[in-house]
Every structure is written in structure tokens, then in C-alpha cells.
Design a protein around this ligand. Structure first.
Ligand code: FPP
Length: 266
């Protein structure tokens, strides 16, 4: 049995204690309210590996607990009235990781949805995916497609997984499509507007993120929603994603509510 399978077994059979895995279930107080709740929050969920390493656990334990944070934060975001929650779950660059880690990450959407889909349906959440479907294993795509289908008529929070997502590829694809249309004589290059480009992005139809959060102390965008984040408010925290609590989300929202968004005006 490989080391990876052993750890996977431990995760599945709960050898890691609940206190290892759930020490971040902070009691909820002071939920933000008001008109200025950000409509779209996008999160770069970073620090799973370091969270695990700090506890002497394998990296996949960090990802597994990161999945629990996804549940916690989805529920909290829905409760306070966020309309879209985009989560960066796997980037086009993450394929460079060891095969076993990639395989584990590819199983997480399936595991998450097998545990949570009924509750997501009950809570009127709409699941979506933003990313290149090619290269994703069939089991990952099937799980996501089932969730998308079963929640398509829901009208509450949009839970948008960025999976095999990369902003540069997304923009190059949009540019290619515009070029193809221009060559075919369907559009005049001089008439191309921002909205034409935007309509060809994977986020088409969604509002731009109002608030972009990155956990784990890293201060960069890592190829995430480069176009869409042009006017997003950024909020960074040193907290590792598996420890990101409802309170952290609410702190970010409250800070957002104190910001003045000027969009280049006065
Ligand atoms: C970055 O942390 C995190 C990832 C590449 C994976 C994020 C995935 C999850 C949080 C789980 C997703 C769950 C679902 C349901 C799709 P890192 O591994 O780079 O951490 P490190 O920088 O500390 O090494």
C-alpha cells in the first residue's frame, strides 16, 4: 500500500481526530448586515499544505480540511446574502504538483458533492464550474455536471468552482474567438468593446467580484480573475484556508463595507 493510500485511509476512517480537523468552528457572532454586503466574493483558498505541515500531517490532510472550510464558508456566505461565491479550487498551473496530490484534489469535488449536494439543493444554492473541462478526469466532471444539473433551477447563492482555471488562458481564448470572428467578417476589430471581450470569458453572466480574499499570507493573484478583479477590493489574511472561519469571512465583509469604492472617480 502506498503512503498516499495509507494517509487517504486514515482520512476516510477518521484516525485524525475531530479536534485536528475541526478546531476552526468558531462560534458565530456579529453577522454583517446591510445593503453593502458584497454581491460576489472570490476566494483564493491558500495554505492547505502549510496548515498540514504545521501539524505533522500530509498535505492531503490540509486539502481535506480545506474542503470542510468550503462547506462552512458557503453556508455563511449564503446566510448573510452573498449572491456569488467563486472558489479557486485548482489552477491550470496546479497540474505541476505530484501526481498523488493532483489525484486527491480531483477527488475532492466528488467527495464534497456526495456529502453536501442534498443540503445545497435544500438551501437553494446553484453550483457552477468555471474552467477548462479538458484534462479533468471523468469522475470529477460527472460529479460537477450532476450538481450543476440538479441545482440549475435554484435561485440562491451561486457557488462557482474555479477548477482547472487560469485567467491568462481564459483571456487568450477570448482573444482567439474575437480574432476568428473578425477573420470571418462577423465583427469589425475597431468596434470591439470591453463587453464583447467580457462576454467570451468563462465568468460571462456573473458580476465581477466585489471582494477578493486570499488566505495564507501570500499577496498575489496567481492567475486568478485578472480581468474580473480590475475593481475588486482585496482582503488578505495570514490565516491558512483550513482555519478560515465564519468570523474571518465576516471580518473581511465588514472591512469591505468600510471601504470607499471610487472606480477611478472622486
Ligand atoms: C492551495 O493551497 C490550495 C489548493 C491548490 C487546493 C484548494 C482546494 C481546496 C481548498 C479544497 C477544494 C474543495 C472542493 C470541494 C473543490 P496549497 O496546497 O498551495 O497550500 P500551501 O501553499 O500551504 O502549500
Amino acid at each position: 500500500m502506498s503512503l498516499f493510500s495509507k494517509w487517504l485511509g486514515k482520512l476516510r476512517f477518521g484516525v485524525f481526530t475531530e479536534s485536528d480537523m475541526n478546531r476552526n468552528q468558531v462560534k458565530t457572532e456579529e453577522e454583517p448586515t446591510g445593503d453593502s454586503i458584497p454581491g460576489h466574493i472570490a476566494i483564493i483558498m491558500d495554505g492547505n499544505g502549510r496548515w498540514a505541515k504545521a501539524r505533522g500531517l500530509p498535505r492531503i490532510a490540509g486539502h481535506h480540511n480545506g474542503m470542510k472550510a468550503v462547506k462552512r464558508i458557503t453556508k455563511a456566505a449564503n446566510r448573510v446574502g452573498v449572491k456569488v461565491l467563486t472558489l479557486y479550487a485548482f489552477s491550470t498551473e496546479n497540474w505541476k504538483r505530484p501526481k498523488a496530490e493532483v489525484e486527491f484534489l480531483m477527488k475532492l469535488p466528488q467527495e464534497f458533492l456526495s456529502l453536501e449536494l442534498d443540503e445545497l439543493v435544500e438551501n437553494n444554492v446553484q453550483v457552477r464550474m468555471m474552467g477548462n473541462r479538458e484534462l479533468l478526469p471523468d469522475h470529477t466532471i460527472h460529479a460537477i455536471e450532476e450538481a450543476v444539473r440538479k441545482t440549475a433551477h435554484n435561485t440562491g447563492l451561486i457557488l462557482n468552482f474555479a477548477l482547472n482555471y487560469g485567467s491568462r488562458v481564459e483571456m487568450v481564448e477570448a482573444a482567439r474567438e474575437l480574432a476568428r470572428k473578425a477573420v470571418a467578417g462577423e465583427i469589425d476589430p475597431n468596434e470591439i468593446e470591453e463587453a464583447d471581450f467580457e462576454s467570451l470569458l468563462l465568468s460571462s453572466g456573473l458580476p465581477d467580484p466585489d471582494l477578493l480574499i486570499r488566505t495564507s499570507g501570500e499577496l498575489r493573484l496567481s492567475n486568478f480573475m485578472l480581468w474580473q478583479a480590475a475593481y475588486s477590493e482585496f482582503w488578505f489574511t495570514d490565516v491558512y484556508w483550513p482555519e478560515f472561519s465564519e468570523q474571518h469571512l465576516f471580518d473581511a465583509i465588514r472591512e469591505y463595507q468600510r471601504r470607499a469604492r471610487r472606480y477611478g472617480g472622486l
